[in-house]
Design a protein around this ligand. Sequence first.
Ligand code: HEC
Ligand code: HEC
Length: 234
Amino acid sequence: MRLRNVLPAVGAFAALLIAGCNHMPGAPRAQELARPEDQLDFTALYKTNCQGCHGVNGKNGAAYDLSNPEFQALIDDENLKMIVTLGMPGCRMPAFSRQAGAMLTDEQIDALVKGMRQAWLKPAAFGNDKPPAYDDDQKGDTAHGQLLYGSHCASCHKDSPQQQVTSPDYLALMSDQALRTIIIAGRPDLGQPDWRNDKPGQPLSGQDVTDIVAYLGSLRNPASNAAAPAAPVR
Ligand code: HEC
Ligand code: HEC
C-alpha cells in the first residue's frame, strides 16, 4: 500500500483514539472497530464472499445450488473445505484462503463450512437410496456415456439453446467435477433432476455418471484447460 493511502487512515485512527479517551458521546472506541478478519458470522461471510455467484440463500445464482440438501449430504467436510480453500480447477470458483493469496482465514473458512452444514444439510436427503460417490478419478467409457446421454439427458437437453450442455463453450467453463455434482445431486433451483430421476425407474450408477462425464468431456474444446479430473486437487 502506498503511504499516501495509509496516512489518512492513520489520522482517522488517531482521532478515534482521542475521541475514545474523551468519552465523546456516540463516538466508537478504537477497539470496537471491526477488522474484516474478525468476521466469523456465517450469514455475513456468505453474503460478502459467495452470494454474488451462488445466489441469495445459496440458490438461484449462476453457480451451483449450495442449499441443495442432496449436495450437502453428498460432499464431505474435507472436500467442502478444500474447494473453498483452494477453489475448483477448470471453472470460475475462486480460492478464498490466505494460503492461496486470497482474504479468508482458516477460522473464517471453517465458519463457512459449519454454517452451510447447519443451514442446508438434511441427513435424510437421500431417503433409503445410496448415491454415487461425490468424486471419481477413474477414466470413463465415452461411447457408453454417449448412449446414456441419449437415453437419460437428450429428452430435455436437445432443443432449447440455454440447455445446450453439450456445447464446447459451456463445457469450457465447467470442470468434470462440476458436471458430476450436477448429474448426481441435481440442481433443484433450476429443475435439473438428480441421478435417480433423469429417466423414471432407471437411476444412474456411479459408473454411468463417470461415463456421461467422460462423454461430455470429450466434447470440450481441446484448447481449453478445463479438463481437470472429476476430483478436486489434493
Ligand atoms: C466468481 C463466482 C464464485 C464465487 C464468488 C464463489 N463461487 Fe463457488 N463456484 C463457482 C462456480 C462457477 C462453481 C462451479 C460449479 C457450478 O457452477 O456448477 C463453484 C463451485 C462451488 C462448490 C462446489 C460445487 C460442486 O460442483 O461440487 C462449492 C462447495 C462452492 N462453490 C462454494 C462456494 C463458497 C462457500 C463461496 C464463498 C466463500 C463461493 N463458492 C464463492 C463460482 C463462485
Ligand atoms: C427432465 C428434464 C431433464 C433431464 C432428464 C436432464 N436435465 Fe439437465 N437440466 C434440466 C433443466 C430444466 C436444467 C436447467 C436449465 C437452465 O435453467 O439453465 C438443467 C440443467 C443442467 C445442467 C446445468 C446447466 C447450467 O446452467 O449450468 C447440466 C450440466 C445438465 N442439466 C446436465 C444434464 C445431464 C448430463 C443429464 C443426463 C444425465 C440431464 N441434464 C438430464 C432438465 C433436465
